[in-house]
Design a protein around this ligand. Structure first.
Ligand code: NAP
Length: 316
C-alpha cells in the first residue's frame, strides 16, 4: 500500500517544532502519523544559528541540529515523513485531504503547523535586488558579506539576534529601526548596544534600496529630524516581522485580521478534527517552547477526537 492509499490517523503539515512534537506525542499514542514538509525539519529554527532559550541546553543548540533531533525523535516512535509542498487542503468530510506536489494524502485528523514566513518591507529596490544583496536569512547568506558593510532592518528579536550573528562576518552592521524604542528582549538589546561593530539608527525608515547589479546603498528617512540621506552598504537583511503560511487554506478556517488561525485551548480550529499549532496560531508568545507545547496539546486532542469518533461509530 502506498502512502497515498493510506488513511493516516493524523496528517501534520509542517515539520517545525510544533509539527514534530505533535508527531512524537501522536505516535506515542499509537496513532499513524504522516508529517509533510517542503524544506528542512525545524521550520524557522532551521535558519537560526543558535537557539539560546530552549530549556535544557545551557550552551544553546544549533537550530538545524534541534530540528534534526526533533525529526529523529518523531521517526523513532514511528512517524513517517514526506518531502512535498502543500498546495490545497480539503477539510470537510470524514477524511481530510491534503493535495501536494507528491500527490494527495488523507488523514482522519489534520494538524496545520506551517508557521510563518518573512514579511517583505515593501520598498522600491527590494524585489529587484532580492538575492543580489537583499536577504531575509543571515544563516543562509551572512557568510557572503565577509568584511563588508551590511544593514539589518527591524527592532524585534529576529533583527537583533541576526545582527549579532552578522558581526562574525561583516566589518560593520547598521541596525535600522522605525521607532525610538527596540521591541526585542532586553538581553539582545544590551548585546547590540554594546557591540563595537553595530551602529543603531533609531526612528528611521528605509525608503529605497539602490544598486545596479547588486545592492549599493539605501536611502533612509528620519521623520523626527525631517531628514533624508543615503548610506553605502553591500547587503541588507530584512527582519520586519512575519506572515502566517495559510495561502493553501483558501479561507476555510477562522482567522484573525492578521491571518493567524484561531483555535480553542485544545488547539482545535473552527473545523472539528482540524487542529493548528505553533506560530501559525493566534497567540501571545511565538517561541520554540510555546510551539512544542501547542504540538503536544494538539496531538492529545487529535487522539481524543479519534477516540470519541470511534465510540460514536461503535454505537451506530
Ligand atoms: P516582530 O517581533 O514582529 O518584530 C518585527 C520588527 O519589525 C518590529 O520591530 C517592527 O517595528 C518592525 N517592522 C514591522 N513592519 C515594519 C515596516 N514596515 N518597516 C519597518 N519596520 C517594521 O518579528 P520577529 O523579530 O521576526 O519575531 C517574531 C516572533 O518570533 C516574536 O514573537 C519573537 O519574540 C520570536 N523570536 C524569538 C527569538 C528568540 O527568542 N531568541 C528569536 C527570533 C524571533 P515595531 O517594533 O515598531 O512594531
Amino acid at each position: 500500500m502506498t502512502r497515498q492509499d493510506k488513511i493516516y490517523d493524523l496528517l501534520v503539515l509542517g515539520a517545525g517544532p510544533a509539527g514534530l512534537t505533535a508527531a512524537i506525542y501522536a505516535s506515542r499514542s499509537r496513532l499513524s502519523v504522516l508529517v509533510i514538509e517542503e524544506m528542512l525539519s525545524g521550520g524557522q529554527i532551521a535558519t537560526t544559528e543558535k537557539v539560546e532559550n530552549y530549556p535544557g541546553f545551557p550552551e544553546g543548540i544549533g537550530g538545524l541540529e534541534l530540528g534534526q533531533l526533533l525529526e529523529d525523535q518523531a521517526r523513532n516512535f514511528g512517524a513517517e515523513m514526506a518531502l512535498a509542498t502543500v498546495e490545497k487542503v480539503v477539510l470537510l468530510g470524514d477524511s481530510k485531504e491534503v493535495h501536494t506536489t507528491d500527490g494527495v494524502f488523507r488523514g482522519r485528523t489534520m494538524l496545520i503547523a506551517t508557521g510563518t514566513r518573512s514579511r517583505p518591507l515593501g520598498v522600491p529596490g527590494e524585489e529587484e535586488l532580492k538575492g543580489r544583496g537583499v536577504s531575509y536569512c543571515v544563516t543562509c547568506d551572512g557568510s557572503f558579506f565577509q568584511d563588508k558593510t551590511v544593514m539589518v532592518v527591524g527592532g524585534g528579536d529576529s533583527a537583533l539576534e541576526e545582527a549579532l550573528v552578522l558581526t562574525k562576518f561583516a566589518a560593520k552592521v547598521y541596525v535600522v529601526h522605525r521607532r525610538d524604542e527596540l521591541r526585542a528582549i532586553g538581553i539582545l538589546q544590551d548585546r547590540v548596544k554594546e557591540h563595537a561593530k553595530i551602529e543603531l539608527i533609531l526612528s528611521t525608515e528605509v525608503e529605497k534600496i539602490k544598486g545596479e547589479e547588486r545592492v549599493e546603498s539605501v536611502t533612509l528617512r528620519s521623520k523626527a529630524q525631517n531628514k533624508q540621506w543615503d548610506i553605502p552598504i553591500d547587503g541588507i537583511f530584512l527582519y520586519v516581522g512575519l506572515v502566517p503560511n495559510t495561502q493553501f487554506l483558501n479561507g476555510s478556517l477562522k482567522r484573525t485580521e492578521q491571518g493567524y488561525l484561531v483555535t480553542s485551548d485544545a488547539m482545535e480550529t473552527s473545523i472539528p478534527g482540524v487542529f493548528a499549532a505553533g506560530d501559525i496560531r493566534e497567540k501571545g508568545l511565538r517561541q520554540v517552547v510555546t510551539a512544542v507545547a501547542d504540538g503536544a496539546i494538539a496531538a492529545i486532542s487529535a487522539a481524543k477526537y479519534l477516540d470519541e469518533l470511534t465510540e460514536k461509530e461503535d454505537k451506530q
